[in-house]
Design a protein around this ligand. Structure first.
Ligand SMILES: [Zn+2]
Length: 428
């Protein structure tokens, strides 16, 4: 684990240097916005209206300031700077450039919007973002996908680093460890030199996907920083806010007061996260018409799909049941298997046939579809670090020591099995 710590320290060092560098960039940029605002007729006019009152009708507003009319209720003036809520109003001249900054990290539409929400604004910003992301090949190529499975709502931990997930993955022939904090969704990516083969199979797991998306970019550190500085939709706060108690500087200028340490209200964060996840899971499950498969009991007769088999040939009996994580141990004539519920079909005593719905649910039919705004934690998984009992994380134990090559499924696994030695990975 030494290498891991070393590379992690190096990463932190580089990151700190980068922040130092960016501090000046973003100060300079804020100054440029100030200058540009000063030279922009629309902003100047809107500034005067904001100070002394807007006309009642839009038609009475001077043409250059009309685009601000609809948002006049949210405009204010601070230190001679026109603001929209807490966001700096960007004059036309700089919009293209700032749009480039917002798009850094290629995080998609929602993330760009969230990022802007805490930093900059101009009329029609959302349309700019849509156009930018739609026209970006990288963003289009990396649109996340997701599987149609009932989502279970996971509870937000009480504090940062209480519960983390750790996944190994390889990317372009190199091995990495990604650690995700469940509370803030803060991530650390460490390059592992001494691991010969990647043992995680986290292709479809959202943390790993996020990491790969970051590593794919020209400037990994900018991308990582952009992720950390961008509010997570579920909590309404960025990972850095929840870990460090303040927003970090990025290439997108922020008003000074956002950088002053101020912890987001933990109660509100929790409430928002819970509501978001519940709401998300509800709509997700409805949209895809999925439903939970009924829990199995010890002694139930089931059909199992075995390695290399496309059909449900093997019959077995449930020996051990962990319905809360949808995992079951099944004894069959060919051996004992640990299986996820979706790999098992209950054989009803008087009817061994499978109902069509079941069939569809259990077959590879319900697969990967493009997703837009999956909150990290809802589909994020995996390892519980702490001793607390989890109603939460869904651990797929479909690959167990008795059954290591689960290759029959060509679709990516949503949940990742972790190497045993990392099972109790804990960050303190
Ligand atoms: Zn992009």
């Amino acid at each position: 684990m030494k290498t891991q710590n070393d590379s992690r320290e190096t990463a932190i060092e580089i990151f700190v240097n980068l922040i130092e560098q960016l501090r000046s960039i973003s100060d300079v940029k804020l100054e440029r916005i100030r200058d540009a605002q000063f030279n922009d007729a629309g902003v100047q006019k809107a500034l005067v209206y904001t100070k002394y009152g807007w006309p009642e009708k839009e038609t009475c507003v001077d043409v250059p300031a009309r685009e601000y009319f609809a948002s006049r209720g949210e405009l204010s003036v601070s230190n001679g700077l026109l603001l929209y809520r807490d966001q700096v109003v960007v004059p036309e001249e700089l919009r293209t450039e700032i749009m480039e900054n917002l798009h850094e990290g290629h995080m998609g539409i929602e993330k760009c919007r969230e990022r802007a929400r805490t930093t900059v604004w101009w009329p029609g910003l959302t349309k700019y973002i849509l156009a930018k992301v739609d026209s970006c090949q990288f963003c289009q190529d990396h649109k996340p996908t997701q599987r149609k499975e009932p989502l279970k709502v996971t509870e937000l931990p009480l504090r940062p680093w209480q519960k983390v997930s750790a996944d190994l993955f390889d990317h372009k022939g190199k091995n990495y460890l990604i650690v995700t904090d469940y509370y803030s969704r803060y991530i650390e990516i460490a390059y592992l030199q001494n691991i010969t083969s990647s043992q995680g199979n986290g292709e479809a797991e959202s943390g790993v996907k996020r990491a790969k998306r970051i590593l794919d970019q020209d400037d990994v550190f900018i991308a990582l920083m952009a992720y950390r500085a961008t509010p997570i939709v579920a909590t309404g706060s960025s990972p850095s806010q929840l870990i460090m108690g303040r927003q970090i500087r990025t290439t997108v200028p922020v008003v000074e007061k956002k950088l002053v340490p101020k912890w987001p209200n933990a109660k509100n964060v929790r409430k928002r996260d819970t509501e978001y996840k519940r709401c998300y899971a509800y709509h997700y499950n409805r949209r895809h018409g999925v439903r939970d498969l009924p829990d199995l009991d010890i002694g139930d007769e089931v059909k199992v799909k075995l390695d290399g088999e496309k059909i449900w040939s093997a019959k077995g009996v449930v020996e051990e049941a962990n319905p809360e994580i949808r995992s079951y141990r099944v004894r069959t004539p060919k051996g004992v298997y640990q299986r996820n519920r979706r790999h098992l079909q209950l054989i009803a005593p008087d009817d061994v046939r499978i109902t069509p719905t079941y069939d569809k649910l259990l077959s590879g039919d319900l697969n990967v579809t493009p997703r837009k705004t999956v909150p990290s934690a809802v589909s994020t998984p995996h390892v519980k670090s702490s001793t607390s009992t989890p109603p939460a994380p869904i651990v797929d134990k479909s690959m167990s020591p008795t059954d290591v090559s689960d290759n029959t499924y060509t679709r990516p696994k949503r949940l990742t099995k972790l190497p045993t030695r990392l099972k109790d990975y804990e960050v303190t």
